[in-house]
Design a protein around this ligand. Structure first.
Ligand SMILES: [Zn+2]
Ligand SMILES: [Zn+2]
Length: 250
């Protein structure tokens, strides 16, 4: 199983990365976790434009889902259209919300390109993967994910504040992609995002093999985010996410 960081910029694209998007591949099957602003462009450095087999959206904030709109154009009007529809596992509001973002009536919405599957907490068989979704701690309906191909596993926090469910999802995973949007400071809003230290605390409790800090907000000093993670009691490898980084999970 191979995990590629397509986009890891938090809340909006930065100069070096699109917003959230992770490519997970096994047995020739290609699945995206989130499809945030700008990620459709960078995705094409890694796979062909039409090679996406499934898409999972953690939540419907723009930095996690908006490139569905551009991808709808590609799959509906591309040179060899129509292309097969791609399943999109997403919160139940996704068809209406993304049709509105595109400027399309809710019927037919974006269903020439996508087949929306309403996401709830639970497990889904998607190609060679089992994807488990769990509700995390964010102001809107938001999920964290665990994906396994039966051999290796990756967990992804989506956007979350402190969250026991994230620890459960990530338990024993080979890799945890955990958001670290905040730097430590007074008056951080609760139930929204994590700091590097808190991400590391979740990684320690879940006993994961590797922690990658992601959803890195461009206005933060990233060295500080990484430094703060050292205070979280996690003794495995920790690094900052980088667009283009690839993790081969045996
Ligand atoms: Zn976000
Ligand atoms: Zn969010």
């Amino acid at each position: 199983m191979k995990v590629t960081i397509v986009g890891c910029s938090g809340s909006y694209p930065g100069p070096d990365s699109p917003a959230s998007c992770y490519l997970v591949e096994a047995d020739g099957f290609r699945m995206l976790l989130d499809f945030g602003s700008g990620s459709l462009g960078a995705l094409q450095r890694h796979i062909g434009l039409y090679d996406v087999d499934a898409i999972c959206l953690s939540h419907l904030h723009a930095d996690h889902c908006l490139d569905i709109c551009g991808y709808h154009v590609a799959r509906t009007y591309g040179p060899e259209a129509p292309y097969p529809t791609v399943p999109v596992y997403a919160p139940a509001d996704a068809p209406a919300r993304l049709a509105a973002a595109y400027g399309m009536p809710e019927e037919p919405g974006l269903e020439t390109a996508f087949e929306f599957v309403p996401l709830t907490a639970g497990s889904y068989e998607i190609g060679p993967f089992v994807l488990t979704a769990g509700l995390v701690n964010h102001p809107v309906e938001a999920y964290g994910f665990r994906v396994t191909d039966g051999t290796a596993s990756v967990a992804y926090s989506g956007d979350t504040g402190q969250c026991d469910e994230l620890v459960k999802l990530a338990a024993g995973a080979d890799l945890l992609l955990c958001e670290a949007s905040f730097v430590e400071g007074p008056d951080l809003p609760p139930d929204l995002h994590l700091t590097g230290r808190q991400a590391a605390e979740h990684a320690a409790k879940a006993d994961v093999g590797r922690l990658v800090l992601t959803h890195l907000v461009p206005w933060n000093d990233q060295a500080t985010v990484l430094d703060e993670a050292s205070g979280g009691g996690y003794d495995g490898p920790v690094e900052l996410a980088r667009s283009g980084a690839v993790y081969d999970l045996a």
